[in-house]
Design a binder for this molecule. Sequence first.
Ligand SMILES: C[S@@+](CC[C@H](N)C(=O)[O-])C[C@H]1O[C@@H](n2cnc3c(N)ncnc32)[C@H](O)[C@@H]1O
Length: 462
Amino acid sequence: MAKANAPVSKNEVYEVEFSDLTHDGSGVAKVEGFPLFVPNGLPGERAMVKVVGVKKGYGFGRLMEVIEESPDRVDPPCPVYKKGCGGCQIQHLSYPGQLEFKRKQVKDVLQRIGKIENVPVLPTLGMGDEPWRYRNKAQVPVGEREGRLITGFYQKRSHEIVEMDTCIITGDTADEAIQVVKEILNKYGITPYDEARHKGIVRHVIVRFGKTTNELMIVLVTNGKDLPNRKKIVEDIVNSLPQLKSVVQNVNTKKTNVIFGDETKVLWGSEYIYDYIGDIKFAISARSFYQINPQQTKVLYNQALKYAELTGDETVIDAYCGIGTISLFLAQKAKKVYGVEIVPEAIEDAKRNAELNNLDNAEFAVGESEVVIPKWKEQGITPDVIVVDPPRKGCDEALLQTIIEMKPKRVVYVSCNPSTLARDLRILEDGGFKTLEVQPVDMFPQTTHVECISQLILKEGN
Ligand SMILES: C[S@@+](CC[C@H](N)C(=O)[O-])C[C@H]1O[C@@H](n2cnc3c(N)ncnc32)[C@H](O)[C@@H]1O
């Protein structure tokens, strides 16, 4: 039945032409001006589409057949992509096509949400010919099939776990480690967590590894402190994975989608693993944020260094600093760097990382950036450059006001969400800053996630 005023009906098939892509990678086609969002459709393509849902003002479709292919269409190399794995969204789009999709998305959102016009959005810096096997972390949910514990992925838009042995964006190290852990958990009859009944033991298996050091950490997230045969499980894991440096248990008893709980315990080895970005060595513990694509992280941080324009005399504030990665990159070229971060373990890592690299001009504080930085202002700290790298929700408005009052010469804004970047750039522009340029960096090939870095300067007379 067609909904009132909708020119399409559910379950009917239409021939359409795609004109655009949404931020989540669906093709956009119009039937008599009525937009249909269709996963896997690409701009320029003609296709047969079955309508699967009709809402007020728009609908959803399923791609049945492509009649005229876009030159940007490629055959996705990953077998589970076609089965509806939720990890990647645009494997069917050529890599140059993905880079342009991301640049265009940033440009559109800056204009639409931030009214930021005439600011160059540069071509996305990508991974060249090898936009695969880039992740240094895999976090896989645990489920059950025929009485056995399986590891896999969540089917798109659901919590159904589909078994998966290999992930083409993570690569062999993580694949092997996950299979090993899965077999060991099965050997000792460990039950998978069942979300619906809130019963069972293991919720997630997380593998973190240093791409430059090959050091490996395994984290078992459990629904309670109890892990039967814990000693034997750990012994078997240690004996099976030569690069292993750390086995950690994290306890999460909450009914939540959030992966980590509050309690973390080292079961074997070290509390952290090491990795290098450029010349700087980082210690990374189980719960600390660490960029997942180290090759592109170097590109991103070099861009941060370029935009900070340091000569050696500057005081820098790095807000949302994680384990101090950007702070320490900049500390090599600045007089003094202050970093602030909300996760206490990350700040412990940041302090350890400063020592590890003999950088004694970096100071770190635990807390909310919007609370700590105003205090630094009261204490008379006057930064020349402020770097922000907030989570997806962007900067707290109180922090933006403090930045406006502190009047640094430059602001470097690193963002993983163009919408909140656009909103915050508008506030900073209204407060006396000018955005000079925005550089998208592809940290997450094959997915629709977009990372950007932008440089702002204080306008004359402010
Ligand atoms: C996108 S990460 C950036 C980390 C770091 N700059 C990096 O490149 O590795 C954002 C960080 O902000 C932290 N965070 C979230 N809310 C915060 C707040 N209100 N104040 C300070 N840090 C916060 C998170 O724990 C996370 O480490």
